[in-house]
Ligand binder design. Structure first.
Ligand SMILES: Nc1ncnc2c1ncn2[C@@H]1O[C@H](COP(=O)(O)OP(=O)(O)OP(=O)(O)O)[C@@H](O)[C@H]1O
Ligand SMILES: [Mg+2]
Length: 373
């Protein structure tokens, strides 16, 4: 899917930036440009990776670099991308996030101590990883009870500084460097997709909000409070399981099942009862897991989740939002990241519909724009 005609509306490529999201089932790109303080949408597009792996559209892939590069180049061409200047997402599964507690100390000491402390959490030599960290502001940590300490039986110190530790293996970064180089792109940063989605679909608010990202192979849950990531969890089931279940139960090919999923979805017509049942059964497992994660967070921090924002292609399923609203106790909305961009009014309905899938790519492009300021 691509809308190259958008490019004709905005001929000037100067100052344009690109957000690239390499997902397990498809690549998404979004090109933005700053104009009068606004992020103008120049073009966007998506390309399924299944065909590059010899499998159906909609399924999760595990492709070698050269195939990713081939797909990325095809998409850049198809979507009429005119800039090389980009940022690229890092899959949540390729990163390690830990919430750790450090004794009270100043920033300089922290910078020395955190890499030493981090060794306890990293299963490989520290020289093989890139390390980043954020101190959670004090008022935030008053309720926290961070992850168990690494030594069994040891209690975390009563007072301390809570830190979000982020670890990425050098192999992941080298791979992205290679892909970016071979696709003739100039990537100035790689960002874990969690932070990209936070930028594009969550507004700074005092409340705790959950992002529910249903991709092809997994569903990722992130809890954010005052703009800070407080918890993350992955459910190892995504939208491709629904396709496979439809295929099994109807005796349809996987390709046909994917088509049935996308066209019929949870549509209430009596003819579609069996499709609806198969889908609901799969979703109920994911919703139950999500409620478990919400319950655990709410008990641990004595705070309630005020909103769930749905992202990822899986949430584009017909009737998904309505079903989710009956399964969760809290407000549920579809992520609408294109509202952070300026686009022609006639595109608004299309963008609202496609929005949940582009949360990561838009988040990356927005960061790239900020960087250029
Ligand atoms: N209209 C639709 N109705 C139902 N399902 C859809 C629709 N569009 C896409 N999907 C499903 O969404 C999934 C892809 O979602 P998405 O593009 O967010 O995944 P991804 O980013 O590639 O994966 P991941 O984030 O897990 O790496 C596929 O399994 C696809 O079948
Ligand atoms: Mg994704």
């Amino acid at each position: 899917m691509a809308i190259p005609f958008l490019n004709d509306l905005f001929k000037k490529p100067a100052g344009s930036v690109l957000g690239v999201d390499i997902g397990s089932s498809s690549i998404k790109v979004v090109q933005l440009r700053k104009k009068g303080g606004k992020a103008v949408l120049e073009t966007y597009g998506e390309l399924a990776l299944g065909p590059y792996a010899g499998i159906e559209i909609g399924r999760a892939t595990n492709l070698p670099n050269d195939k990713i590069v081939e797909a990325l180049k095809d998409l850049i061409k198809e979507a009429n991308v005119t800039t090389k200047s980009c940022g690229i997402s890092i899959a949540a599964a390729s990163s390690l996030l830990s919430f750790i507690r450090m004794p009270e100390m100043d920033q300089k000491q922290l910078a020395t101590m955190i890499p030493i402390e981090a060794r306890k959490y990293i299963p490989v030599p520290i020289t093989e990883v890139a390390l980043d960290w954020w101190v959670i502001p004090k008022e935030e940590s008053s309720f926290t009870d961070f992850d168990k300490p690494p030594e069994p039986g040891a209690k975390p110190p009563e007072k301390g500084i809570d830190v979000l530790l982020v670890v990425i293996h050098n192999d992941v970064l080298n791979r992205l460097n290679q892909i970016s180089h071979d696709a003739a792109l100039q990537a100035s940063f790689y960002e874990i997709e969690i932070f990209s989605s936070m930028r594009s679909v969550v507004d700074q608010s005092l409340d705790s909000v959950m992002i529910f990202d249903m991709g092809a192979g997994s569903t990722k849950l992130y809890i954010i409070e005052r703009g800070i990531l407080r918890a993350s969890h992955t459910i190892n089931r995504g939208s491709q399981e629904i396709t496979l279940a439809i295929s099994r139960s109807l005796g349809a090919s996987v390709g046909d099942a994917e088509h049935i999923k996308r066209t019929i979805g949870l549509s209430p017509e009596p003819d579609n009862k069996s499709v609806k049942e198969v889908i609901s059964l799969n979703l109920d497992y994911i919703f139950a897991e999500t409620n478990r994660v919400i319950g655990a967070y709410e008990r641990k921090y004595n705070k309630s989740i005020s909103k769930i924002v749905l992202t990822g292609g899986g949430s584009l399923l017909k009737g998904f939002l309505d079903l989710a609203r009956t399964r969760f106790q809290t407000e549920v909305v579809l992520g609408d990241p294109f509202t952070k961009t300026e686009a022609p009014a006639f595109l608004e309905p299309v963008l609202r519909t496609a929005g949940p899938e582009f949360a990561v790519a838009i988040g990356i492009a927005l960061r790239k724009l900020q960087e250029a300021e």
